[in-house]
Design a protein around this ligand. Structure first.
Ligand code: TYM
Length: 355
């Protein structure tokens, strides 16, 4: 039997990359899995505060993310849905794991560097305000640096076997497996379950304005991404302005034609069963007779068709009172704590942290 865990940061309305790379596969897993499989999906708000957040906005985003979970079809009676900060064992687990996490490994990871716009070879030790050569370099915070340890804690806390994510999370999952093994060998135990990465088929949806970069919530250009709540008109406008190229016809070649290929990919992931691959979709369904403009029309229609019901359900959920939404959240918190607590107890026993 499987235990599936995945998380998403409440840092704004999810975009099409989050939807195709994570949210939609989660719902599919939920609907297709063995009823005895355990499924946990978390709003990882403790991760969100590793960069500066406005408290009012964060509160709103947490609510919107929970509404999103319900709108896309995650079912609180089937899946365990909760916010990370409501299960204190995540933070406790993080401390226990921190004592095994290598600073060297963490220094080589890329996320803290990209969040701080630093080059890949940056070292955390150059960044304290005292030693910083550049006066305007902000200090690296411990929470941002140890972000992957908290992520490993999320996963290992539930003895997770499968983690469905997009490609950008692969490095964090590698680190999680390493940490599980380090713990197991330190205590000659098998208490830590080594989790598998389940890469979603749509593992990397690209930006509409710069198709060599991934679609991202933190991109300063709103035109670079489709939000799952965008109206039909917004979808049409953003897709019609998506960067493509001047080569006639459409063909799938991510290296040479990243913009066109990204659009073909989006269409492919929204047209289940039509074609075995984006490449074949380009050759067989579209071909050289289709212009990039026609392709854009097909893509915008497919996105709108997919998101229209999500949009509608999202409005319904958001119109519920806080108390009603709160009621839906309680069972997930209780169930998550109920799994986490005994596991932490067992770990503490292994470690000598008991009377
Ligand atoms: P986050 O919030 O950045 O993204 C949530 C999920 O969306 C996927 N994703 C994409 N997939 C395809 N194309 C894209 N352009 C794209 N952008 C984002 C991400 O891969 C992810 O699956 N650190 C994680 C959250 C996290 C987590 C966890 C995930 C915390 N603890 C434990 C799994 C297990 C993050 O920041 O995801």
């Amino acid at each position: 039997l499987r235990t599936v865990f995945s998380g998403i940061q409440p840092t704004g309305i999810p975009h099409l990359g989050n939807y195709l790379g994570a949210l939609k596969p989660w719902v599919q897993l939920q609907n297709e899995s063995n009823p005895r499989d355990r499924l946990l999906f978390s709003i990882v708000d403790l991760h969100a505060i590793t960069v500066k957040q406005d408290p009012l906005l964060l509160r709103q985003w947490r609510r919107e993310m929970f509404a999103t979970f319900l709108a896309i079809g995650l079912d609180p009676n089937r899946s365990i849905l909760f916010a990370q900060s409501e299960v204190p064992q995540h933070a406790e687990m993080m401390w226990l794991l921190s004592c095994f996490a290598s600073m060297g490994y963490l220094s080589r990871m890329t996320q803290w560097k990209s969040k701080m716009s630093l080059p890949d070879n940056a070292s955390p030790f150059d960044l304290s305000p005292e030693s910083s050569k550049k006066k305007d370099t902000p200090a690296l915070k411990l929470g941002l640096f140890s972000y992957p340890v908290l992520q490993a804690a999320d996963i290992l806390l539930y003895r997770t076997t499968h983690v469905p994510v997009g490609e950008d999370q692969a490095q964090h999952l590698e680190f999680t497996r390493e940490l599980a093994q380090v713990f197991n060998s330190a205590y000659k135990t098998t208490i830590m379950q080594t989790p598998q990465t389940m890469l979603s088929p749509a593992k990397r949806i690209m930006s509409l304005t710069d198709p060599r970069k991934k679609m991202s919530k933190s991109d300063s250009k709103p035109q670079s991404r489709i939000m799952i709540t965008d109206t039909k008109e917004e979808i049409q406008t953003k897709i019609s302005k998506a960067v493509t190229d001047s080569i006639p016809g459409v063909s799938y070649d991510p290296q040479l034609r990243p913009g066109v290929s990204n659009l073909i990919e989006i269409l492919y992931h929204l047209s289940p069963g039509n074609c075995p691959s984006p490449d074949q979709m380009a050759n067989e369904l579209l071909g050289t007779d289709t212009s990039p403009k026609e392709l854009k029309g097909l893509v915008a229609d497919a996105i709108d068709k997919e998101l229209a019901p999500v949009r509608e359900r999202m409005n319904e959920v958001m119109s519920k009172s806080e108390a009603d939404i709160g009621k839906l959240l309680v069972p997930g918190i209780d169930k998550a704590r109920g799994i986490a607590m005994p596991h932490i107890m067992k770990m503490k026993q292994e470690m000598g942290l008991w009377w």
